[in-house]
Design a protein around this ligand. Structure first.
Ligand code: ADE
Length: 313
């Protein structure tokens, strides 16, 4: 994959590109990153890229006659013009589904803003895919671009080793649940024991326990990730998954429940390292969940078609 970054501060990227896992991927030819300084597209002797807003107001606006020629020249550097991403707080909010979408392009061009933003005509002319990394305002798009690069390159084939790429990560896979808890040696530390099921050698029980943990954690921390498909499983099959009688995760008392789970002292001999729930088997889900929730595209996590710019296919 090739990623071009257009920025007024290319040096911000140097440390990240030369120190992280990305360096190894660049050295191995798995990703190429090209930095372009927007100022190089300013023809005047002062290299001006911004100006005061028409109508008054604070700050400076990036000029359309600097940004558009720069993007067009960068696009023309390859036969593949790439997918143009503009980093802006007004964009669709980045999530793993969008990261997966971006990772399918063989070339991305990331356009970083600074100051009070871009002249609106940059959007109208270039029709970029506008992406925000969260509901807060950064000093510019550079850190956001690094977030996009970091998340996307992990999905480029060959970037991660086999072992890592097979892991069930948070937000990934068909269900997009949070990740299950992980343990390593020692088996016991300060009274906290590794759940028995993980030491049992029973792969099916481990898989069931992990799925149960993923669902529980997601319900407690990020209930909105459980789309309509999961809610239907919850409502319709209360006994098969061994979590009957559970109420939705945002009810008062949820915090205490999570706290209790974290405090699993070794003295509690009857425990397998989990809070036992009434009706739940010791290894979690009795009947097992379906591998994925039933389709429910209206409430499924990820971006909706409304969020998608009209020109993005
Ligand atoms: N530039 C400034 N704030 C930003 C944000 N939240 N996401 C992406 N780009 C930005």
């Amino acid at each position: 994959m090739r990623i071009d970054v257009i920025t007024l501060f290319p040096d911000i990227f140097q440390g990240y590109l030369s120190e992280s896992m990305l360096k190894r991927a660049i050295d191995r030819g798995i990703v190429e990153i090209h930095l372009h300084n927007l100022r190089d597209w300013a023809p005047d002797k002062h290299k001006t890229v911004d100006d005061k807003p028409y109508g008054g107001g604070p700050g400076m606006i990036l000029r359309v006659d600097r940004v558009v020629p720069c993007v067009e020249d960068v696009q023309a550097m390859c036969p593949d013009p790439g997918h143009l991403v503009m980093l802006t707080p007004q964009g669709r909010r980045l999530n793993q589904a969008i990261v997966e979408e971006l990772a399918r392009f063989s070339r991305l061009i990331l356009l970083c803003g600074r100051y009070e933003g871009f002249d609106e005509r940059v959007r109208l002319i270039l029709r970029p895919d506008e992406i925000s990394i969260g509901d807060y305002v950064l000093n510019g798009g550079e850190v956001a671009a690094m977030v996009v690069i970091d998340a996307v390159v992990r999905l480029v084939p060959g970037f991660l080793g086999d072992e890592a790429s097979n892991r069930e990560e948070s937000f990934s896979g068909p269900d997009r649940l949070l990740e299950y808890p992980q343990y390593t040696r020692p088996r016991e530390y300060r009274g906290f024991r590794v759940p028995e099921v993980l030491l049992s050698g029973n792969h099916q029980a481990v898989a069931q326990w992990r799925l149960q943990k993923r669902i529980e954690t997601t319900r407690r921390r990020r209930a909105e990730l459980l789309g309509g498909g999961w809610r239907a499983v919850w409502a319709e099959e209360p006994t098969s998954h061994g979590l009957s009688g559970e109420s939705p995760p945002t009810l008062p008392g949820e915090k205490q429940a999570e706290q209790k789970e974290l405090e699993t002292p070794a003295e509690n001999k009857s425990s397998v390292g989990d809070i036992q729930r009434p009706g739940a088997s010791s290894h979690g889900i009795a009947g097992g969940f379906p591998a994925r929730p039933p389709e429910d595209t209206s409430t499924a996590p990820g971006f909706s078609s409304e969020d998608r710019p009209a020109d993005v296919s």
